[in-house]
Design a protein around this ligand. Structure first.
Ligand code: PLP
Length: 453
């Protein structure tokens, strides 16, 4: 127990009492954690005064950069004026305005905004809406979900059940008899000599075969991230996302685009589904960049079509009996409003579109390093896959390598996000070309030094 006035010497860097997400329970209290104290722009500072580039942008979320006065002021004002109300029974002007604003920037007829506490609860709500929708339409058997191997959709029971990262399922229970997985559209894994077009055909054929195997009358929805983020930044072959959508439409399967990472500017648009991939999904999930990570908030966007389908089934009320104490929290809503103001005032989407090719070139410049075996970039997200010996695959060895790269880069002034054998970068969208150069030169040095042992 402390009185909250710890000095640097007193701080328990082993974080004995904080069980972190994904932490190894066996070694709690044994590892030293980097303890951060302040942040500004693309930088964070640790308690020892080391200034580090925030390569992962928090966790793909600090899109407008750290320390934005506009957000601090808006949040302070909102918390002073109206800190909370019950979203069950009241509306707050700021949340109403935010819903209207999100509907205005969302694709197609995705005009209905259901606020959640983050990305997992947005995905959870999307899946619950699928069940609700088909119950209302008198199709109680149409509830199965198709998801993808290596997709990541969250950490609640439902959202983790549609996540396809096998290693993360060890010792955890997933919902049985609900989810069917198809393989990841990761081009690097295609058979030798197979063109990208033929690889895409293969993935689409696999999805259709899965639909026919399970039966379209049993499948409620297909869920996919436009770019798999936590799967290591998997950029699918051209046309893949659009063809998956067309298949779902053909078989009357709802299409959920999980844009928790790709929305709010990561790919240079508020939402990537339509602007980048030419798809208007039935539902979109968003979080992270919605508030740039300053406060927790997520949202599920639902199309008018789905709402109308439900209303046409009955003149009786059809309550979507789902929601959270903090759905549409006014302080988070004020944060999101200020965040979107920054996007507009700073022309942030245009900025991303302008620097993205430079970012891609910088990342691709690492291809001369022998340990780098695949570079995947889109917008301001990149996955640099590392293998110490591509002829003898060894996941544990390569995961240990990227952890080492991260440790060395931290000493050199850069935070990296090692995800298995990939170094993942998703910096604040405000990053400039000189800052990209600095980031990539540190990453290069980190990989070179780690490879030297
Ligand atoms: N969906 C995607 C695509 C994500 O990347 C994440 C988190 O990284 C989530 C959902 C879960 O979001 P949260 O951690 O805010 O619950």
């Amino acid at each position: 127990m402390t009185d909250g006035s710890d000095t640097l010497q007193d701080i328990d860097k082993t974080d004995r009492h904080f069980l972190h997400p994904w932490q190894d329970v066996v070694s709690i209290g044994e590892d030293d954690w980097t303890v951060l104290e302040t942040s500004s722009g693309i930088y964070v500072k640790d308690v020892e005064g080391n200034k580090l580039i925030d390569g992962p942008g928090g966790m793909w979320c600090v899109n407008v950069g750290h320390g934005r006065r506009e957000i601090i002021d808006a949040v302070t004002k909102q918390i002073s004026e109206l800190s909370y109300f019950s979203p069950w029974s009241m509306a707050a002007s700021v949340t109403t305005q935010l819903a209207e604003r999100i509907a205005g920037i969302a694709p197609g007829d995705l005009n209905n905004v259901f606020f959640t506490t983050g990305g997992s609860t947005a995905v959870d709500s999307a899946l619950r809406f699928v069940f609700f929708y088909n119950n209302c339409l008198g199709r109680p058997d149409k509830k199965q979900i198709i998801a993808r191997v290596n997709g990541y959709h969250g950490s609640t029971y439902l959202s983790s059940s549609v996540s396809g990262k096998e290693r993360e399922k060890a010792n955890m229970d997933m919902l049985p008899n609900l989810v069917h997985f198809v393989s990841s559209p990761k081009p690097k894994d295609r058979a030798k000599g197979l063109s990208l077009e033929a690889f895409c055909d293969e993935k689409i054929a696999e999805l259709e075969a899965k639909i026919l195997e399970v039966g379209a009358d049993k499948i409620g929805a297909f869920i996919a991230e436009p770019i798999m983020g936590s799967g290591g930044v998997v950029v699918p072959p051209k046309g893949y996302f659009k063809r998956c959508h067309a298949l779902c439409k053909k078989h009357d399967i709802l299409f959920i685009a999980d844009e928790v990472v790709t929305s709010f500017g990561r790919l240079g648009h508020y939402f990537a589904s339509e602007d980048v991939f030419g798809v208007v999904p039935d539902m979109i999930t968003t979080a992270k960049g919605l508030t740039s990570g300053y406060l927790p908030m997520g949202a599920l966007l639902i199309s008018d079509r789905l709402m109308e389908d439900i209303s046409q089934t009955s003149n009786e009320p059809r309550g979507f009996t789902s929601g959270f104490t903090y759905s549409g929290h006014p302080v988070s809503a004020a944060c999101a409003m200020a965040n979107i103001d920054i996007f507009e005032n700073d022309n942030l989407l245009e900025h991303v579109r302008e620097v993205a090719p430079y970012f891609a070139d910088a990342m691709n410049s690492l291809s001369d390093l022998p340990e780098v075996t695949d570079i995947r970039v889109m917008g301001l997200m990149a996955g640099i896959e590392c293998e110490l010996d591509a002829s003898t695959p060894d996941e544990d060895r390569d995961c240990a390598f990227t952890l080492k790269v991260d440790a060395i880069c931290q000493d050199l002034g850069l935070l990296v996000r090692p995800i298995y054998n990939a170094c993942v970068m998703s910096p604040p969208l405000t990053i400039t070309k000189p800052e990209i150069d600095k980031m990539v030169s540190i990453l290069r040095a980190g990989i070179v030094q780690a490879a030297k042992g």
